[in-house]
Each structure stands twice: as C-alpha cells, then as structure tokens.
Design a protein around this ligand. Structure first.
Ligand code: AMP
Ligand code: ZN
Length: 488
C-alpha cells in the first residue's frame, strides 16, 4: 500500500515520496496570537493533527513544525493587523508581549482540550528576526528585491522575467493580476502593485520594531514562514500545510521567496485544509459568524441547544475529509454525538467478548484492516475510515449477542487495531474513563484540603467537607494509610 496525497500545486493525487526515506518534514502555518482562536481555526489545526498522527502510524518519523505568528509582522499591507493589535493592547491595557503570551497560552489550552499533539518545534516569528533580515539581504543581493524608502519589496516582475512562475500555486496569471489591482498601499514605493513586502519601515504608530540595515522596521508576514521552515526543515522539505485561504498570497509568496533564494522549489507537497462553516456561512471573526471552542464545550452560546464534549467535536470534524467544507449545526453535532457514543460502546463491549476458535466467522478481519489502511493511504480519508470502523462496530455488537464468532488471535488483533485507529490515529478520547479520572483527581484535592483543615484544627470545615460529600453519595474513610473514598 502506498500513501497518496493531493498536492495543491499539481492539482493531482500523487504517490508520496519523502526526500529522506522513512522521514517526513512538515510545516504548517500557525495562529496569529492577538485574539482567541475560533472553532474554524481549530478545524485547520485538527486536520493537520490527524495527518501528523496518520503519518506516524504509517511508520514515518515526522518532524512537525508549526509556527506562532506573534507580534512579528502584524501588518503586511494596509497596517490592518497592526491597527487591530494596537486596539487590543489599549483595550486590555497590556504590553504587546503580554497580549501575545495570553493568547498563546489560550491557543495551547484549546488544542490540548481537543487532544491535538504538540508539534516537534513551535518557533515564533519574533524569535527569528535575524534570519528574516538575512533572507531579505540575500534576496536583494540576488536581484529579486529592492529597497524603497526604508522598506524592502520582492520584485515579482523580475522573478517572472527569469522564467519563474509567480501564480503557479493559486493558478493566477500575473498579467491579469497586474491588470486587476490598484496600488492601495505603499504610497508609490513599489515598482508593481503585486510586489510584496519583505521588510516594512515602521511608522511612528507601529509598536513592534527592530533595527535593520534599512532602518527601524518589521518583517513581512510571508517571510517569517520561509525563515522558520528553512531553518528547521531545510531549503527543500516534504509537506507544507495551512488553511485554503492562505494559498494566495501567503503560500504563493513563500514559493517565490524559496525559489529566489535557493534556486529550488521549497516544498514538494502542498496540502490545504478546507474551511469550517456554521449554518452554511464561513466561520470568521470579521463577520461575527463564529463560536469560540469553549462556548461549544460549555454550551454557553446562541447556536447550539446543548454542550458537547471536545472529543465529540473532534469526531464531528473528522467525519468530513480535510479537503471538504464542513458545516456544523445543531443537528450535525447531535448526529455525531450519537455515532461517537455507539463507537465507544463497541470498544467497551469488545472487552467482554469471549473468543471461540471452533466456528468460522463471516467477518474477514484482514480484508477489513486493508480497507481501513486504504482509506488512510488515500489522501488521509478520515470519513471513509470512520465508515469502516462502523462495520467493525456492527460485528462487535453481533459478537456480543452471540450471533457472530471470533478466534482468539483475531480477537487480540481486532482489539489492538480498533484501539490504534480510534485513539492513536483519530485521537478520540474515551469520555467515561476521562470523567472517572477527573473525579478521582478532584476527590484527592478535597481530601487534601480536609487534611489541611484538620491540621489547623478547623474541624468545622473538615466535617463540612466530609458531610457534604456524603450527602452526594461519596463516603470518606479514614484509615492508617490515609483517607480513601467509596462511591455509594
Ligand atoms: P489566523 O490565526 O487568522 O492566521 O488563522 C489560523 C489558521 O486558521 C489559518 O490556517 C486559516 O486558514 C485557518 N482558518 C481561518 N478561518 C477558518 C475557517 N472558517 N475554517 C477553517 N480554517 C480557518
Ligand atoms: Zn505561513
């Protein structure tokens, strides 16, 4: 079985050939951390988490790099991001780096809640200013960039004159691009409207600024990803991912920068994840059609009639292929919840099945496994994998009812394969087990607090803790080795 993936650059499904056999270098554009991530952002990161998990499950050694776009660029054209950033620092009365820290912490918490694995390297844009200045210098030396009034721009026309093809990823024609754009930015600094900033002169209002050979300024957005991907994965690496909306201009510019610097295309396979919509409208902060991940999990929102566990949200997302648009709605979430519960019930029921080596089963385990792997190998097709998992679920319930049979060998194989697909590859979590663990931790904290109250002779409080827990059906038992609890 060979892994095939859809390469946005060629528009075709291709057999995946890593540069170094058995190894994968993967870069995914990370979040901009000046506000909370919305559920749409989460979908993109979750899609790549599934891809990362699948690659590892298929036996690849992966170096996964996902950056944090902190205050580094915060404006590319038109200073829009900077304006919002300035507003946010004023509104929250915080230092720029406090804003960055606050939303980076929030981002990590949210992804952890949905059981995303951390990348191997998570570089920040502001931590790589030196590399960005060096790249800008190299592009000037090679004749692909020019300085103008303290800013440096990439010369798109020069790039094309040398036979390179700006627009190859987004399939845009440069002449048409020139004809259709007005120069809204740059105050005549650029030679051509399509030229993009590698380095921008900082206006007095710009809060994040660094010294450079061209005066005080800040790096362009597209350059940060080229700097960080090159540093950690090399001039040419296997996979670059991001949301569909980043194809142009961001990824187009990354290709141009890479080729102009190193005479080679920086990436072999471009993967783009599709958007999340809610009630058929694209999720986005600017239109107001968005929901924060926590609001879906706590149920505090106007869109859904109940709360949903993060693992159910994860399951819902994976029921769509990463290249398809996914629409979430109340009905879609309720349907996912039902499916999720049935899947987890099958995992539980399988534990109590007794194998029987005497009878022949209708269910061909090897065939089923091959179909599951075919789905994974076919451009990470999670909905097809899930459909196959439900064939196994049907079989497991038939086993439980004594209508089907399984040999000891197949039993062990089915159990470990099912666990690997559900927990390692799809990254789902068993809600029941998780709740028990949480309850156990909570009760240990309460026992510790009660012990402290007793030590400080606050018997009123220690008795209250014991009695209130008892009223909830939780009995504390004091023994020689400490306090334990019994659930009645
Ligand atoms: P940002 O923090 O705005 O740079 O976005 C982080 C990532 O979220 C990017 O890869 C975007 O493509 C992605 N993204 C933004 N909106 C959506 C959406 N509605 N659905 C899926 N991904 C999105
Ligand atoms: Zn990027």
């Amino acid at each position: 079985m060979q892994l095939k993936l859809y390469n946005s650059l060629t528009g075709e499904k291709e057999i995946f050939k890593p540069i170094l056999e058995g190894n994968v270098g993967m870069y995914v554009c990370g979040p901009t951390v000046y506000s909370n991530v919305h559920l749409g952002n989460v979908r993109t990161f979750l899609s790549f988490d599934f891809i990362y998990r699948t690659l590892m499950h298929l036996g690849y050694k992966v170096r996964y790099v996902r950056n944090i776009t902190d205050a580094g660029h915060l404006t590319d054209d038109g200073n829009v991001d900077n304006d919002r950033f300035v507003k946010q620092t004023r509104l929250e009365k915080l230092e720029p780096m406090e804003i960055v820290q606050k939303y980076t912490v929030d981002f990590h918490k949210v992804l952890e809640m949905f059981n995303l694995l951390p990348p191997n390297i998570e570089p920040t844009a502001t931590g790589h200013i030196v590399e960005q200045i060096e790249l800008t210098q190299k592009l000037i030396e090679r004749g692909f960039a020019y300085e103008s009034n303290g800013s440096v721009y990439f010369d798109v026309l020069e790039y094309n004159k040398r036979g390179l093809n700006y627009g190859e990823l987004s399939k845009r024609n440069i002449e048409e691009l020139f004809a259709n754009t007005r120069d809204l930015d740059g105050q005549g600094e650029k030679k051509n409207p399509q030229d993009f900033a590698l380095w921008k002169k900082a206006s007095p209002a710009h809060i994040m600024r660094w010294n450079s050979p061209w005066g005080e300024g800040f790096p362009g957005w597209h350059l940060e990803c080229t700097a960080m991907s090159t540093k950690y994965l090399g001039e040419k690496f296997d996979i670059h991912g991001g949301g569909m909306d980043l194809k142009f201009p961001h990824h187009e510019c990354e290709i141009a920068q890479g080729k102009a610097c190193n005479d080679t295309a920086p990436v072999n396979y471009w993967l783009h994840a599709n958007m999340l919509t809610m009630n058929s409208q694209r999720m986005s902060k600017s239109t107001g059609n968005y929901i924060l991940p926590m609001q879906l999990v706590t149920g505090e929102n106007d869109f859904f009639e109940k709360s949903f566990h993060p693992s159910i949200v994860r399951f819902c997302f994976l029921q769509a292929h990463y290249r398809s648009v996914l629409d979430i709605s109340n009905d879609a979430m309720i349907a996912s919840e039902k499916g999720f519960i049935r899947l987890m019930e099958a995992v539980k029921v399988l534990n109590s099945v007794t194998p029987d080596n005497g009878r022949q089963s209708e269910f061909n385990l090897n065939e089923w496994k091959n179909k599951c792997y075919d789905a994974l190998n076919d451009d990470f097709n999670s909905p097809i994998l899930i459909a196959h998992l439900f064939e196994a679920v049907k079989y497991i319930f038939a086993l439980n009812e004594g209508k089907e049979t399984i040999s000891t060998e197949d039993f062990e194989d089915l159990k470990s394969t099912l666990h690997a697909f559900i927990f390692d590859v799809l990254g789902l979590q068993n809600i029941e087990e998780n709740n028990n663990e949480k309850l156990d931790q909570t009760l240990k904290v309460l026992i510790e607090l009660r012990n402290q109250a007793r030590k400080s002779k606050n018997f009123d409080l220690s008795d209250q803790i014991r009695d209130k827990l008892l009223a909830e059906g939780i009995e504390l038992k004091d023994g020689r080795d400490g306090t334990t609890y019994v659930l009645n």
